[in-house]
Design a protein around this ligand. Structure first.
Ligand code: ZN
Length: 422
């Protein structure tokens, strides 16, 4: 097992992962997870893109490391509690990863800055883009080591005191520059890939395909009720309620609080309705499951096909930006909700289509509209100014009435803990 007692050595390992991610054609970002002695538990690279295709828009290094940690513990492996674990990342965590980190309770050491999506995008170290209730936790767990030098990459240290096992507490200027430049060298290219899907006018209705068409078969293998419900485009109605309720029930059985997220396409077809799997990982919410499962379905279908065949997949099973995500429960001010908002941003990546501003809808409100608007208005620029994330309640009051009222749900339960240490 590798051991790192200097911040510099740990950041250099994260930088190596970032280079591997870039070589793969994904965002050039990587990270490592350290125990309370500085031993490397796991290192991972960004895996958003594989083989020139979007594999999983949520596969950032940090999010994957956290899911790895919970999955290992669920299997019974003895790992230190999250407050003794330190995640070292080559790039400032995005909104999704910050929500996941705060939800799990890890410490973080951050190298390069991300002025677009980073939680410290403005270099103020104030965490003002987080809901107020999460800021003090971020201040106590995020460390930005000093970078000595005279270039644009130099900075003073900021944030929480580093863990005591770190003897050296600074990053070399060249390593910081590497973390920054490897990311910058990939981000535009990957974002272009993320927005390479056909416009809405060229999309085709999967409900017109024969039931034994391979696309339909694969879709129904993932979700047997796919295409069983259809509404007016972007206007989910009470007919969606039984599918949401069934997923909410499964979410409770799988360790959640009764959340579910449905994905409708631009024709109004139900494609997928997912529960979370919180018993497996504390950050495995319904939305994380829904967006990842759909992206991986498209990836699996397109893998190895020629351009024309890939284009057919993109037309029938379109990018979610032209459809509608319907959350059973609206966002609140929790770390998990912030993670979901960030993951939603990573799924959309670019601006929402002008004709589909209400892509993100929810049935039961957890916050009033002003409270939700304030959270969205404070998010880093990618989410606030480019994507313009703005969840809205569904228009159909019969759908709202058809889901269990929030009072009947155990809303304020703490995050379920994974298997206890032996
Ligand atoms: Zn991230």
């Amino acid at each position: 097992m590798k051991k790192t007692i200097d911040v510099q050595a740990a950041v250099a390992l994260a930088a190596n992962e970032a280079i591997a991610a870039r070589t793969q054609g994904s965002f050039g970002v990587g990270g490592v997870l350290l125990d309370q002695h500085g031993n490397v538990l796991k290192s991972l690279q960004n895996n958003v893109v594989r083989e020139g295709l979007i594999f999983d828009p949520t596969a950032h290094g940090e999010r994957q490391l956290i899911d790895w940690y919970f999955a290992e513990r669920a299997k019974g492996r003895a790992l230190p509690p999250p407050e003794e674990v330190t995640l070292v990342t080559s790039l400032d965590p995005c909104a999704m990863c910050t929500g996941a980190i705060l939800s799990a309770g890890f410490n973080v050491v951050v190298a390069a800055r991300d002025a677009n999506a980073g939680i410290n995008y403005d270099a103020s170290f104030s965490f003002a883009c987080l809901p107020a209730g999460l800021r003090s936790q971020a201040e106590a767990s995020f460390f930005y080591p000093a970078v000595k030098g005279a270039s644009q990459f130099a900075r003073d240290s900021a944030g929480a005191a580093p863990k005591s096992f770190f003897i050296g507490k600074t990053i070399a200027e060249a390593t910081q520059a590497l973390c920054s430049l490897v990311f910058e060298a990939t981000s535009e290219k990957v974002q272009a890939l993320l927005t390479s899907d056909p416009p809405r006018a060229q999309l085709k209705d999967p409900a017109q395909l024969a039931p034994d068409h391979p696309l339909v078969r694969q879709l129904k293998t993932l979700y047997p009720d796919a295409l069983a419900y259809r509404c007016a485009p972007h206007r989910p109605d009470a007919g969606l309620a039984p599918y949401l309720r069934a997923a909410m029930e499964r979410d409770r059985r799988q360790g959640g609080e009764g959340d579910a997220v449905a994905l409708l396409d631009s024709f109004g077809n139900l494609l997928l309705c997912s529960p979370g799997r919180r018993a497996l990982s504390a950050i495995c919410t319904a939305f994380m499951e829904c967006t990842r499962q759909y992206a991986q379905l498209r990836y699996t279908l397109m893998q190895g096909l020629d351009a024309a065949a890939q284009a057919e997949v993109r037309q029938y099973l379109a990018h979610p930006r032209d459809g509608t995500f319907v959350f059973a429960r609206g966002p609140d001010a929790s770390a998990q909700s912030y993670m979901n908002l960030g993951a939603y941003g990573s799924t959309m990546e670019g601006p929402l289509p002008a004709d589909n501003p209400a892509q993100f809808q929810y049935v039961t409100a957890a916050l009033d509209d002003a409270g939700l608007a304030a959270i969205c208005a404070h998010m880093p620029p990618l989410y606030r100014d480019v994507i313009r994330i703005r969840p809205r309640q569904v228009a159909d009051s019969a759908l709202v009435a058809a889901l269990p009222a929030p009072e009947s749900q155990p809303t304020m339960q703490p995050t379920p803990q994974p298997t206890t240490l032996p």
